[in-house]
Design a protein around this ligand. Structure first.
Ligand code: 6R9
Length: 660
C-alpha cells in the first residue's frame, strides 16, 4: 500500500461535473464555505436551523446546545420527538406511503419489496408486541439478527417505544454476546433461528441460548425469534417467542413514545485500545439530524435514488446509513443478506444492474477483494454488467488506497461518478470528513475536508494546532449533534478516552493520525494512534485478542499486532508463548489452528489471527515491557535495524522472524 508521504502528495484531481453539480444539494465550494462560515459565526443558529428544517419535533426545543457540563454535551434537550415517527409516519403524511422503502435481496437471490406503508405496519406491530411483553421506554433490547427486513424493523420498533437497542453483529461469539447483554442490562434479545451465508447456516438462536447459559444474564426476560430458515431450534417455555406469532394479533398502529432529544436511541459496542468493548451511547435528536443531513449533503439523496449501503446493521454504518438515515429522508434502499462472493464475485455488480442502484456505498476491503476476483475471472469483471444507473459512489471504514480508488472510479463509476471517501467513527454518529459530491474536487486517497459544522483539526501531542503538511493527531474542537454522549455505564472512561485532560478536557480525540496537504488542506487519515486494529473495516482491540489467547490453557503469554495486508487493510498477527516448549513444524501448525479456532469461539471469527508465531519468550525491555514496535517490524517481515540495546533477550527475535 502507498505510504503516507505519497498519499499526502497525490496530485490527481477530479472535479465534479457541471451536470452533477447542477442538481446537487451543495453545488459549489462557495456554497460549502458559506455553510462552514455560518457554523463558525453562529454555531447555535446553524444547528438550530438545521434541526428545525430536517426533523419533525413533537415539542420544539428552546435551547440548541448546553455545554454547562462539558464534555457531556446536550443538544436540543427540551425538544421532544420520536425517531421512528421521523422515519415512517412523515412519509405516509407526505403521500409516499406506496414508495418502496426496502428492496431486500436474500442470499439465494429472492427479492422482497417493502413500501413505507408496509414498513410502518411491521414496525407498529412489533412495537406493540414488545409492549405486550412489558418492554418499555428506557429498557435495553439486544438485537442479534442477520441482515433482514426484520432486523431494520426491530431497530425501528425499539425506537418507536423508546427502548434503547444494542445491535450485536451476527459474527460475534456467545461470550461476546453475553458480555454485551450484561453490560447493557438488557431485558430482551431479538434474534433469528439461523443466519444464511452462502451455503452456511449459522445458528443464531443456539448462540443466544449458549450466551444466556454462560450466566449473569438474568436480566433477560424474553427472547424473540425471527424464523428465517425454519431449521431446528430449542425453545425455553415462557421466555422464547416466535416473532411471527408475537405480531400476529397486534394492531398495525402504535402511538409513538415521544422522547426527549437526549434520550438514548442506541448503544453500540466498539473496540478501544484497552479493556472490554465500550458501549457507545447515542442520542435521538442530534443523531437523527446528522443521519438525515449527511444523506442529503454527502450522498446528495434525491427522491428517485436507489441507495445501497453494503454494511451490516451490526456496525455503525448499518445504523446510520441503513436503519436510520435513508428512512429519515424517505429514500428507497437495497438491503442485502448475503456476501459479495456468493454465488460469485460479480454479485454486487449484478445487483446494482438488476435493481438499478444509483448510489453505492461500500468498504475498501470489499473493493480490493473484488479487484482481485475480477482480474482472475473475466466473466465477473464489472465491464460485463450494466452499471449505468450509478451516479455516486462511496467508501467507508478504512483508508482507500489510490490504486483501489482509481479502479473503483474507472470500472464501477465509468469515470463519471464522484467518489465520497467518508471518514467517521462509531463515536461520531455520521460522516465527519468527506467530499461533498457536487462541490469538492476529489483526490484519490484523501477524505478531503470536514463537513460543515465539524471543527476537525490536527494537533501535536501537546494539543497545539499543526500547520498543513505536518502529521499529528486528529481532534474535533467543537461538539456536534451526532457525537457520542457517553460510554454506557462508564462516564469516566468516556472522559478519559475521548476528552483528554491534557487538551483541556473539551476537545474530542478521534484516535486517528492525520496529515493535511500543504496546498489544498485536504486530510489524509494515516491510521489509528492506539492499539486498535482495522481488519476489513472492522475495529478490533489488540488487548481483546490477547486476553482471548491467554485465556487458553496452553498459552502463557501473547502479544498481538497488526501488519499491512493488501486486501484486508490490516491483518492480525499474534506472537505466542506456550506453557510447554516452543512447537515447530506440523505441530506448530496444528496448535496455531487450535488457537485461531479458540479466538473465534471467544470473540468471533473476525478476530481470528491471520498468523500465529511461537517463541520461547517475547521481546521485552529490562523492565518487562513487551516491545510491540519490534513485533510490528517482525510481522511485516522486515529486518530490525533499530537500536535493541534495551532488549533483555535479543535471541528471541530470531525465533519470531518466521511464520509457522
Ligand atoms: C464508520 C466506521 C472507525 C475507524 C476510524 C478510522 C477508520 C473509517 C475511514 C477510516 C480512513 C476513512 N476509518 N473511515 N480511515 N478513511 N474513510 O468505520 O466506524 O467501525 O468505529 O471505525 O475506522 O481508523 O477511527 P468504526
Amino acid at each position: 500500500m502507498a505510504n503516507i508521504e505519497t498519499l499526502s502528495n497525490e496530485t490527481r484531481i477530479f472535479s465534479p461535473s457541471a451536470e452533477f453539480s447542477k442538481t446537487a444539494a451543495i453545488s459549489s465550494m462557495d456554497a460549502y464555505h458559506a455553510l462552514c462560515a455560518e457554523a463558525a459565526t453562529d454555531e447555535q443558529g446553524f444547528w438550530g436551523r438545521l434541526a428545525r428544517e430536517n426533523l419533525h419535533w413533537h415539542k420544539p426545543f428552546t435551547q440548541v446546545l448546553d455545554e454547562s457540563n462539558a464534555p457531556f454535551y446536550k443538544w436540543f434537550e427540551d425538544g421532544q420527538l420520536n425517531v421512528s415517527y421521523n422515519c415512517l409516519d412523515v412519509h405516509l403524511q407526505n403521500g409516499n406511503a406506496d414508495k418502496v422503502a426496502l428492496v431486500f435481496e436474500s442470499d439465494s437471490g429472492d427479492v422482497v419489496k417493502v413500501t413505507y406503508q408496509q414498513l410502518y405496519e411491521k414496525v407498529c406491530k412489533l412495537a406493540n408486541g414488545l409492549k405486550s411483553l412489558g418492554i418499555q421506554k428506557g429498557d435495553r433490547v439486544v438485537i442479534y439478527m442477520p441482515m433482514s427486513v426484520e432486523g431494520v424493523v426491530a431497530m425501528q420498533a425499539c425506537a418507536r417505544i423508546g427502548a434503547t437497542h444494542s445491535v450485536v453483529f451476527g459474527g460475534f461469539s456467545a461470550k461476546s454476546l453475553q458480555e454485551r447483554i450484561i453490560d447493557a442490562g438488557a431485558v430482551a434479545v431479538l434474534t433469528a433461528d439461523y443466519q444464511v451465508r452462502g451455503s452456511k447456516h449459522l445458528p443464531l438462536k443456539a448462540i443466544v441460548d449458549e450466551a444466556l447459559a454462560l450466566g449473569g444474564c438474568e436480566c433477560i426476560k424474553n427472547v424473540i425469534v425471527y424464523q428465517r430458515t425454519g431449521g431446528e431450534v430449542k425453545f425455553a417455555e415462557g421466555r422464547d417467542h416466535w416473532l411471527h406469532e408475537l405480531v400476529k394479533e397486534q394492531a398495525a398502529e402504535c402511538t409513538p413514545e415521544w422522547v426527549g432529544a437526549e434520550h438514548p436511541l442506541f448503544i453500540l459496542y466498539t473496540s478501544g485500545s484497552t479493556g472490554t468493548p465500550k458501549g457507545v451511547q447515542h442520542s435521538s435528536g442530534g443523531y437523527l439530524l446528522w443521519a438525515a443531513l449527511t444523506m442529503k449533503w454527502t450522498f446528495d439523496i434525491k427522491p428517485t435514488d436507489v441507495f445501497w449501503c453494503t454494511a451490516d446493521i451490526g456496525w455503525i454504518t448499518g445504523h446510520t446509513y441503513i436503519a436510520y438515515g435513508p428512512l429519515a429522508v424517505g429514500a428507497t434502499q437495497i438491503i442485502f443478506e448475503g456476501i459479495p462472493t456468493f454465488p460469485n464475485a460479480g454479485r454486487f455488480w449484478d445487483m446494482i444492474a438488476r435493481h438499478k442502484a444509483t448510489i453505492f456505498y461500500t468498504a475498501p476491503t470489499a473493493i480490493r477483494s473484488l479487484i482481485k476476483a475480477a482480474d482472475a475471472d473475466a466473466n465477473i469483471h464489472p465491464s460485463k454488467y450494466d452499471l449505468s444507473s450509478l451516479r455516486l459512489l462511496g467508501s467507508v471504514g478504512e483508508p482507500i488506497n489510490p490504486e483501489a480508488w482509481m479502479w473503483y472510479h474507472k470500472n464501477i463509476g465509468a469515470e463519471r461518478c464522484p467518489i465520497v471517501d467518508t471518514f467517521w467513527q462509531t463515536e461520531t454518529g455520521g460522516h465527519m470528513i468527506s467530499p461533498l459530491p457536487g462541490a469538492t474536487p476529489l483526490v484519490p486517497g484523501s477524505c478531503t475536508l470536514p463537513m460543515p459544522g465539524i471543527a476537525a483539526v490536527i494537533v501535536d501531542e501537546a494539543g497545539h494546532d499543526l500547520p498543513n503538511g505536518q502529521g499529528g493527531l486528529l481532534v474535533v474542537k467543537r461538539p456536534w449533534p451526532a457525537m457520542i454522549r457517553t460510554i454506557w455505564n462508564n462516564p469516566e472512561r468516556y472522559k478519559n478516552a475521548y476528552f483528554p485532560a491534557e487538551f483541556g478536557g473539551k476537545v474530542y480525540l478521534a484516535g486517528d493520525g492525520s496529515v493535511r496537504n500543504k496546498d489544498t488542506g485536504y486530510f489524509t487519515i494515516t491510521g489509528r494512534i492506539d492499539d486498535v486494529l482495522n481488519v476489513s473495516g472492522h475495529r478490533m482491540g489488540t488487548m481483546e485478542i490477547e486476553s482471548a489467547l491467554v485465556a487458553n490453557p496452553m498459552v502463557a503469554e501473547a502479544a498481538v499486532v497488526g501488519r499491512p495486508d493488501d486486501t484486508t487493510g490490516e491483518a492480525i498477527c499474534a506472537f505466542v508463548v506456550l506453557k510447554r516448549s516452543r512447537p515447530t513444524g506440523e505441530e506448530a501448525k496444528q496448535i496455531a489452528k487450535e488457537l485461531r479456532d479458540w479466538v473465534a469461539k471467544e470473540i468471533g471469527p473476525i478476530a481470528k489471527p491471520k498468523e500465529i508465531r511461537f517463541g520461547d519468550n517475547l521481546p521485552k525491555t529490562r523492565s518487562g515491557k513487551i516491545m510491540r514496535r519490534l513485533l510490528r517490524i517482525l510481522a511485516k517481515g522486515e529486518e530490525i535495524t533499530q537500536d535493541i540495546s534495551t532488549l533483555e533477550n535479543p535471541a528471541i527475535l530470531e525465533q519470531l522472524k518466521e511464520a509457522q
